[in-house]
Unconditional design. Sequence first.
Length: 388
Amino acid sequence: MMDYLLTEEQKMIVETCRELARDKILPIRAEYDEKNEFPRQIIDDMAAADICGLYIGEEYGGMGGGALELCLAVEEISKVCGGIALAMAATALGTYPILLFANEEQKKRYLPDIATGKKIAAFAVTEAEAGSDAGALKTSARKDGDHYILNGTKQWITNGGEAETYTVFAVTDKTRGSRGISAFIVEKGTEGFDFGKKEDKLGIRASATRELIFRDCKVPAENLLSREGMGLIVAINTFNYSRPGVGAQALGIAAGALAEAINYARTRMQFGKPIASMQAVGHMLANMATEVEAARGLLYSTCRMMDSGVKNFAKESAMVKMYCSDVAMRVTVDAVQVLGGYGYMKEYPVEKMMRDAKITQIYEGTNQIQRNEIALGLIKEAGQSAKK
C-alpha cells in the first residue's frame, strides 16, 4: 500500500478498526452472513472503541473528523466484512442530513447519542416506484397543527428496524413535484411507525434491510429538517457526502479479496510450484492490486478535497462511488478465479466478498446514475470555462 501521509490520529483510527475487525468481526462474519443476522454486539464494540462519531463535531460528542476519517474506518472494517461495516456507513448516511440541515436544537437532541454509538441511524427515501427517480415519492406528510401526519411505505432501508433515528422523505405538496418533498427526523417507537419484511439478500447479509411503514404516523413539526420543500436538496447534498462511504466499503471489500487471493496464490502448489509464480496468475494479481490502489488514491484525495471546505464536489463524489464499486466487482470476481474451485466454496471468504461487492454498484445511486452525474458535471465545468 502506498504512503498516503496520514496523520498519527488517522493511523490510530486505522489500527483501531483493524484490531476490531480481526478480533471481533473475523470470527463471526460467516455465521452472521449465513443467518442473515444484524451484528448488534459489534455496534457495542464499535462504541467501546470510540469510532462511531469520527465524522461528528466534538461539540456533539464526536471526534471532530471528516469524510476521510469515516472512510478510513469503513474501508478497514470492510476488508473483513462489508455487511457489518455497513452498520457504520448507513448510520452516517442517516446522520448527514442532520449534520448538514438540522437546527442547533435538533443537532443537540440527536447527534450525541449517534456519536457515542448509543443509537444508530437510517436514511429512508427509496420506495417501490421511487429509486433512481426520487421525485416519484408517494409517501405523504400532511400538516396537522403542531404535527405532520405521515402515510406510506419505504423499501430496502438499510439499518431498517435496527436504527433508532430515521431521516424520512415525504411529499408535503404534491402540486410542486420534486420541490414538494420534505425531510423529517422520525424516531423508532413513534405511534404509527412500523416495520415490514426483512429482506433476504444475495450479499451484505449481516446488514438489516427492511420496509418502513407509516400509518397516520404523528411526527412533531419541530422534527422537520430545514423547511418544507427542501427534501430533494437535503437528499442530493447528503448523497454527495455519503457516496465516498460506499466507495470506502467497496474499496475495503476489494482490498480484502486481493489479500485473500495473494495469500492463497503464495501457498497453493501446482506443477511443483506456487501458482503465484505463474505469469497468468501474477498478471491477474498485478491488475487487481493496481486497480485497488487507484481506487484508494481517488477516494482519499476526494475526501481531503471535501474536508478542505470545497463547496462543489458532486462530480468527484460520484466518480469515487462509481469507480470503487466497479473495481470491487472486478477484483472479487478475479479473486474467486485465482482460488479456483476453492473460491466457489463457503469455506473461503472470497465468494462472500463477491456477493457483498455487487450491491455497491447499485445502492446510493446506481453506477449508471453516477455516470449521468459525472457527465453533467463535466458539461457544466466546460460551460463555465467557456464563459471566462
